[in-house]
Design a protein around this ligand. Sequence first.
Ligand code: F6P
Length: 346
Amino acid sequence: MRIGVLTGGGDAPGLNAAIRAVVLRASMLGHQIFGIADGWAGLLDEAAPRILIPRDVAAILGEGGTILGTSRTDPRKDEATRRAVLEGIRRFRLDALVAIGGNDTLGVAQWVHDQGVRVVGVPKTVDNDLAETDFCIGFDTAVTVVADALDRLRTTASAHHRVVVVEAMGRDTGWVAAFGGLAGGADLIVVPEIAVTSDDVIRTVTRRRAMRDLDILVVVSEAAEIAGMEAQTAVDRDAFGHVRLDQRAIGAVLARHIEQHTGIEARQVVLGHLQRGGSPTAVDRLRATRFGNAAADLVHAGRTGVLPVQRGGRIEVATLADAVRETRRLSDDIIELVERFAGVLD
Ligand code: F6P
């Protein structure tokens, strides 16, 4: 088979490890692999995808980013583009596609599959909010970045007796903020899944200071809403219609709010794309290798409209339709852990 592979949506550490695994395993099985540039945009392009052989991917396991490039392109946006993307698949004589991405990219993959194309997905998003899988590629690295940042910020917050507010990524959910905050020992974690008011935050910070906590680290998810505290209005949207959450500047707003209402000096740090950059952790490399290997096996076996997922340590298979049906919010056990170890105080 001629199998196209693409990476779509926001990049995440471990994409190259997944591409490598797809190329190595599919080559072992006797297939030809074609690397499609810049996500779904590459199928709308004149330029043909490039052949990828094992030698091309030999040294990319630990590299961040994606050798294929990525974009937020929704080819379903109008009739002409819908026709063009299917025409691209025919023109490049691709028998099957492996689409590595999150909710948006795999939503397109599901649609392309519905049009009669053989497609297998691979779950990737630092947000970790794809349904059907416990973990996605990129999440572990993002969490590690947050935890490392908290270790560093603890010392400077302590030296100055300050509050430091750290803004973490997460479009609709608090996975990165919760895991990163717990791993880095944050004093307060604010996520969309746990309702918190401005009074709760001020009371918690004030009480902690009264308990002689000289350094207070707060992790806030970029999508969190805090009742009684207005974030800035996000103006722009991406190609899939998602608001630009960085424009809400929730971390800056929260730090200012805390300083004004408690009198304690506060600073803020937006971790932003640091969470998506650089080398993947060993966990992400291994996860990507398992997913990429399984995706190639699924294409070979003729099982499409599906993706490999991780459940309780095992690699299993789910349908694309189920994976993109809803956004997976924080599980109850993690919510409980956040409330116990980094929740608001009474
Ligand atoms: O979906 C992944 C993600 O990193 C979100 O956490 C974040 O809101 C968004 O992408 C940022 O997108 P961009 O890289 O386009 O600014």
